[in-house]
Design a protein around this ligand. Sequence first.
Ligand code: B12
Ligand code: SF4
Ligand code: SF4
Length: 245
Amino acid sequence: MCKADISISSNLKLTSANISKLALELGFDACGVAPVHRLDEDAQFMDSWIAQGLHGEMDYLERNRDKRYDPAVLVPGAQAVVVCLLTYEHSGRDYHRRVKSLLYALEAKLKETFGEDIVSATHQHIFCDSAPMLERRWCVEAGLGFIGKNHQLIHPELGSMVHPGEIVINQSPIANCQYPIANCQSPIANHQSPIACSSCRLCLDACPTGALRNEVWDARQCIAYTTHHCLECQHVCPYNQTTPN
Ligand code: B12
Ligand code: SF4
Ligand code: SF4
């Protein structure tokens, strides 16, 4: 199906704003869309991070790096990444299940509205946590926030207590949203944005192991590496003070 067919089958144009609207109607707390490209800078950073052994025993981070750095390798024909956020409050403990069920509902809506060809018929294209995707980086690309000194994706209004999930789509939306999807350069779209955290260092001081104070990020020093249960660097963050903990 070509783009002309898509506009005939639905009154809605395939725009990032319309995709976001459908996502919010289904219950997501935020949504943005980013054009697919290889994440060259992140790839360089992560290759050197892994070469230093800072990922510890998380062997899966070593594998599938070609896919991890480029969604078009992960999903052939990929054009854009639809990134959705669900707050901890709305996702509950079993966040993988909740985020994925909403993503499947969104996929159904996208197909109904824009045509079946919007997603790959042959490759998995719905992800939350488990896939080789640099999820936090795609959140930034989609204009959903910045990466703070605590390494978390921070949405300026929702804070960092959000779980991202993605649908990789095989059509390219027309850019018409607040943050243009073509190379989103919103002021918050930088990794480790100094503007966003400024001189704040609350999370660095609150981290019980000192992991965040080190010059290099060693995942093995993070309590979550072994127990998956530490929120200190998020509880103290001013961006989380208006959202329920
Ligand atoms: C491996 C992993 C972990 C590991 C390692 C953590 C880490 N920082 O990587 C461990 C088990 C420790 C962990 C802990 C947690 N995790 Co975790 N984790 C992941 C996973 C599966 C992969 C992350 C990854 O690729 N790491 C590799 C390193 C190199 O990436 P990075 O440090 O994030 O840096 C990236 C960018 O910031 C950028 N970058 C950083 N520095 C620099 C410097 C330069 C110069 C450049 C160019 C780029 C750059 O490059 C990197 C690649 O994009 C993702 C899911 C996914 N598929 O993305 C979830 C994920 C990141 N985790 C998540 C969560 C919720 C947590 C915890 C809060 C869980 C908990 N309650 O304890 C903690 C938080 C710890 C912390 N402060 O980061 C969420 C994050 C949500 C958010 N708001 O950011 C994710 C997205 C899962 C999800 N879908 O909900 N996690
Ligand atoms: S140990 Fe806790 S406070 Fe420190 S980086 Fe890990 S999750 Fe954050
Ligand atoms: S606590 Fe301060 S330094 Fe840490 S992520 Fe939040 S704003 Fe940034």
